[in-house]
Design a protein around this ligand. Structure first.
Ligand SMILES: *Cc1c(COP(=O)(O)O)cnc(C)c1O
Length: 393
């Protein structure tokens, strides 16, 4: 069986050594076999459900094409992501556009491409109705619910996403007379980075309960999109969401959904463990008994660094000549930026010497794409693929 995480095994360490000899650090190393294995694993845990890949986690064309070739739809949010889909030759009919504050230009482009639009407000629906006027093919729309009571660390409910119950009812009224629009269902994405299967099910049930109530009021759904949020292990020793614990409860959610097709979206769970960020140690120093290991990539290279993440001691390995070096005197590991926020790990054992590599695992999602790459104008990290290196070898 293919492995589900890119980690410090011998083959990967050799790949990293090779790539580091050829390429400037910092760089990302991705393994598309891991990416594909994760799509399969997630799909197996969600039998009968439709799976979408969330472009914002990692919009690299290889990721988008692999997800699409494996039968996933794509969830997207911007013109850039829509262009990436079109450029990759992906069928736009298998995509959903989700996100608050969609510009008129974005909505028009989505309609033109037959993308399903997930409506986030009454104003937005009125805009879609206006832009769709006179079209012969109907525009598929879903309505995004804002529901409180969700579980999970990174919650969406109570924020700017979706609509309250009364706004949903207003939209349903508008839809009943909008000839060019075809209402397909509801969208409820309540939280990200969920590590407990019980929390995933809790949130799914919150959505399905509201959808049931709306169905009883005479507004049934063909589809229910339950969003993403499947979590992975970031800190040392932190375990990812247990799919085996999730799977047995999915049929219950399905039967509560009253025949509607369930959809899920995932970015982090699919792309995260398929990527690593490789940085090089540039300097090491001690100031007042505090040791600092300084790398050539920091929060400018990954959106998962900075802003307090340095307290979480993200999973990493110190690598010298394709061998992991463990132990060492505790140090703060920092990036090259001129801000104390650029701290990547706090007081961790670190045996690194200058020119060693520090490899950060689980960086494939929200790494490069969520990084402030232009802050301080260092070179942008490049992206290297495991299989391409193998071919060159
Ligand atoms: C970001 C996002 C996702 C993906 O979330 P993950 O936590 O990466 O699975 C899914 N759906 C929507 C609407 C999003 O905004």
């Amino acid at each position: 069986m293919t492995r589900l995480v890119l980690g410090p095994d011998e083959a990967t360490l050799q790949q990293i050594k090779l790539a580091a000899a050829e390429k400037d650090t910092p760089f990302y190393l991705y393994d598309m076999e891991v990416f594909g294995a994760r799509v399969e694993a997630l799909r197996a845990a969600l039998p009968g459900c439709d799976l979408y890949y969330s472009a914002k986690a990692n919009p690299h064309p290889n990721m988008l094409s692999t997800a699409a070739a494996m039968g996933c739809g794509i969830e997207l949010a911007s013109l850039g992501e829509l262009n990436a889909i079109v450029t990759a030759g992906i069928e736009p009919a298998r995509t959903v556009l989700v996100g608050p504050a969609k510009s008129e230009r974005l909505i028009a482009a989505a309609i033109e491409q037959d993308v399903t639009v997930v409506v986030e407000s009454e104003n937005e629906l009125l805009r879609i109705i206006r832009l769709a006027t006179g079209r012969t093919r109907s525009v598929q729309v879903m309505l995004r619910l804002n529901i409180t009571g969700a579980r999970g660390g990174l919650r969406m409910s109570g924020h700017q996403f979706g609509m309250s119950r009364s706004q949903i009812l207003t939209c349903l009224e508008l839809l009943s007379t909008a000839r060019e629009l075809s209402f397909t269902g509801y969208h409820g994405y309540l939280a990200s980075q969920l590590l407990s299967a019980a929390d995933v099910i809790h949130n799914a049930k919150l959505v399905v309960d509201v959808v049931t109530e709306l169905r009883e009021l005479g507004f049934p759904a063909t589809n229910i999109d339950l969003g993403g949020g499947f979590g992975i292990g970031y800190a040392q020793g932190e375990k990812e969401l247990d799919l085996a614990a999730l799977q047995p409860d999915i049929p219950h959610v399905q039967s509560a959904a009253g025949g509607a097709q369930l959809m899920f979206e995932s970015g982090r769970f699919i792309a995260g463990p398929a990527g690593a960020l490789v940085c090089r140690v540039v300097d090491i120093k001690t100031i007042d008994n505090r040791r600092f290991v300084l790398l050539d990539g920091g929060m400018n290279a990954s959106g998962l660094f900075g802003g307090g993440n340095g307290m979480r001691n993200l999973n990493h390995s110190v690598v010298r000549d394709a061998t992991v070096v463990t132990g060492g005197t505790p140090a703060n590991i920092c990036g090259p930026l001129c801000t104390p926020m650029d701290r990547l790990a706090t007081n961790v054992p670190c045996a690194a010497a200058i020119d060693d590599l520090v490899v950060w695992w689980n960086m494939g999602a929200y790494g490069l794409t969520a990084a402030p790459v232009d802050f301080l104008s260092f070179p942008h990290p490049i992206e290297v693929f495991h299989d391409q290196l193998a071919i060159r070898l």
